[in-house]
Design a protein around this ligand. Structure first.
Ligand code: ARG
Ligand code: ASP
Length: 696
């Protein structure tokens, strides 16, 4: 009997341990620590996060604000994704030195390439400051009053907290404003490019394989953090020296087996796990589809242009990737929500919430929340779609409209403050140069004709392309010559500007203000809902939504079944790269050198016990955008993988994590090392690292 009880307990822990969650590293003691250990971890909460001595967190950085990176040597060597370092790799590339195509490897420190603007941020410590931030907040305050009190308190905290002069602070809201944490951070700004594989490895499979498994992408690149002589942050200088980390991750050569514990430690950007059913329904049945349609229309034109001309292909490569990435994700998200019946499931959950409210005598206080969500969303849906569609057309897909939008902001800026003439000129000059660097007027006109009808049915005038000055850099810049009055006059005489201006004005004056007005009560209700959930169902697992702060997520190496009768093994191998090989193809070409290594089975110490080189593997770690480049860490604190993506059927994890089908995709570190060592011949980098055999 006792055994049976223990068994049942074990099973429930096993099952609930698969439920996902992105946890705050300073609060792992107790529930998370137990759960991790039940999954096979040998780490203590303090091994992961400690303020008094070095811990795993000292090896993790927020990479350029949008990705994650980790330190893998005592000389500040940093690993992240190829797609995270993509624009740096691109910016050093030229026709003679095509690092995107051929890869890049610095053979010594002198060859490492500086990157203006690139930065990484370490977390020094995390403090719960909820009571200080909420001091002086009363129930009778309006939302605006509450927010301004919160901002005031946060600012005071940020300036008064004890920290070193070179450190920064920020306060962030968790659990929809039910909890607040303060972060003390250190930002390093001299970050140099050390190495990148060719795109045929680092981006292998490109869009076709993006968001899917089986996957064979070596999505990694390497950088190095430089510091001043005191190991502190410093602007780029040739006198700077490699940063000495408090901790760096040893790398396991033993890899992973199905069922092994893994933990992903990084900076997830944004999730919405506590949405009411009505919101999930709105997003997946009307919001996503309308945005998918706009991107699809644009991609059709861009893809055709890229196929027809090499010049267009190069110019639109990175834009196309950006547009296609979210487009494909939303489609997968919708599929996953439908397949898992997430809306009905959420309604069932809401019924149990309502029941608990009744049982606990909380109905009069919180019973209004769900019906109110239904009402508010009904009212919010159309303006939410309209606003986002505007953004998709004016800021994501069509470049002529984007230029007019920015020009409108300049006109407004000049009207408010004519003294800011030079600042505005610099801004718009940089913007126009940026657009025209990679601009093709025929593609853009095609995009306009494809997307504008999806925003404004009866207002399409492609002849603006023949009359406007914006489609040519020199004539566009001329619009901004002279005084503020000249500029305003020039703009309003331009055909594209005159065409776009009423729509932009409508956006600011009607659409966006209505959106804000209708979104505000939803945000406030979401805060109240979070409070109510925790009171009505206190034993459920609550983790705060992602908000670009450092989080721990953990799980196990697991395959999954995407559809009936299909099961995906959790590990892919180099054999699969060769299987997918299409000579000369822009997505599936394989470099000669890699094929030679494969033919000769020249794998060195990087093959698995089955004699094959592992490339990618799957886990049940709950990740999202921003987790790219995050380390996958084994039970002992060693690096085994590099997170870079999720599986298509599971991208709904941003709203609805389902342990059955949500999987993150990681590059096996042995593939990374194999490429660095055998393919690139950068053995000196391997020598810097600490390679370990935890399983032997
Ligand atoms: N889907 C991954 C993420 O959201 C990888 C994107 C980069 N790869 C690409 N083919 N665009 O960032
Ligand atoms: N590919 C994403 C990133 O760049 C990760 C994800 O969405 O799973 O952060």
């Amino acid at each position: 009997m006792k055994l049976l009880r223990i068994l049942i307990l074990f099973i429930t822990v096993q099952v609930s341990a698969q439920q996902g969650g992105m946890w705050i590293p300073s609060l792992l003691e107790g529930m998370n620590e137990d759960e991790m250990q039940s999954l096979g971890s040998k780490l203590s909460a303090k091994d992961i996060y400690d303020v008094n001595k070095s811990s795993l967190k000292d090896a993790i950085v927020h990479f350029n604000g949008g990705c994650t990176g980790e330190i893998i040597s005592d000389k500040g060597l940093l690993l992240t994704n190829h797609h995270c370092g993509f624009s740096q790799i691109q910016s050093h590339s030229s026709l003679e030195n095509d690092y995107l195509k051929d890869g890049f490897w610095a053979m010594n420190l002198d060859e490492e390439l500086p990157n203006e603007g690139l930065f990484v941020e370490f977390i020094v410590r995390i403090e719960d400051v909820t009571s200080q931030v909420l001091a002086g907040i009363t129930e009778t305050m309006t939302e605006k009053e509450k927010q301004s009190q919160i901002d005031k308190n946060s600012n005071t905290l940020q300036t008064e907290v004890k920290k070193e002069t070179w450190q920064d602070t920020k306060v962030k809201s968790f659990y929809k404003g039910n909890q607040y944490f303060l972060f003390v951070t250190e930002r390093y700004e001299d970050i140099r490019l050390v190495g990148a594989p060719p795109s045929s490895i680092g981006k292998f499979g490109s869009d076709t394989d993006n968001w899917v498994f089986p996957r064979h992408t070596g999505d990694f690149s390497m950088f190095r953090i430089y510091a001043d002589k005191n190991n502190r942050p410093a602007k780029y200088s040739k006198d700077n020296v490699p940063y000495k980390p408090k901790h760096f991750l040893p790398i396991s050569l033993d890899g992973v087996d199905e069922g092994d514990f893994t933990m992903v430690f990084g900076f997830p950007g944004r999730t919405d796990e506590y949405l009411p059913a009505v919101a999930i329904e709105h997003i997946t049945t009307e919001y996503n589809p309308s945005n998918i349609a706009i991107r699809e229309a644009a991609l059709k034109v861009i893809d055709a242009g890229m196929k027809a001309s090499d010049d267009v292909r190069i110019k639109y490569a990175s834009k196309q990737a950006r547009i296609a990435n979210a487009w494909k994700k939303w489609i997968g998200e919708n599929l996953g929500i439908k397949k898992s019946d997430a809306v009905a499931e959420r309604r069932a959950f809401e019924a149990s919430f309502t029941k608990a409210l009744k049982e606990k005598g909380l109905e009069s206080k919180y019973g209004h929340i769900l019906p109110e969500f239904d009402k508010l969303y009904k009212d919010f849906a159309s303006v939410n779609i309209k606003r986002r569609n505007f953004i998709e057309v004016f800021l994501v897909t069509n470049e002529l409209m984007q230029m007019t939008f920015r020009a409108y902001q300049v006109e407004q800026g000049l009207k408010q403050n004519p003294d800011n003439l030079e600042k505005n000129k610099t801004y718009i000059t940089n913007l126009l140069k940026g657009v025209h660097k990679d601009y093709d007027v025929n593609v853009d006109k095609g995009v306009f004709e494809a997307v504008m009808p999806l925003y404004k049915k009866n207002n399409i005038d492609p002849t603006i392309y023949d009359k406007t000055a914006f489609t040519n850099l020199d004539s566009a810049l001329k619009l901004f010559d002279g005084s503020a009055d000249d500029i305003i006059k020039n703009l309003n005489n331009d055909a594209a500007y005159a065409y776009a201006k009423p729509m932009i004005e409508e956006f600011f004056n009607t659409i966006n203000s209505e959106y804000q007005e209708k979104n505000e009560p939803i945000t406030a209700l979401q805060t109240e809902y979070m409070t109510a959930l925790m009171k009505a169902l206190p034993n459920a697992r609550y983790f705060p939504d992602a908000n670009s702060t450092l989080r721990v997520t953990y799980g196990q190496v697991r395959g999954y079944s995407p559809r009936d009768a299909v099961y995906y093994q959790p590990v892919s191998y180099l054999d699969g790269v060769i299987e997918k090989y299409v000579p000369g193809d822009y997505e599936f070409d394989v470099p000669q050198k890699l094929r030679d290594l494969y033919d000769a089975k020249d794998y060195g110490q990087y093959a698995d016990s089955n004699g094959k080189v592992p490339v990618c593997f799957l886990g049940t770690n709950h990740t999202t955008g921003g987790n790219s480049g995050s380390p996958a860490i084994d039970a002992h604190g060693n690096l085994v993988g590099l997170n870079f993506d999720r599986v298509w059927e599971g991208t709904m994890s941003d709203m609805n994590y389902d342990p059955e089908i949500c999987r993150n995709i990681m590059v096996d570190l042995r593939y990374v090392l194999f490429i660095v060592d055998k393919y690139a011949g950068a053995k000196h980098l391997i020598d810097e690292m600490k390679l370990v055999h935890p399983k032997k």
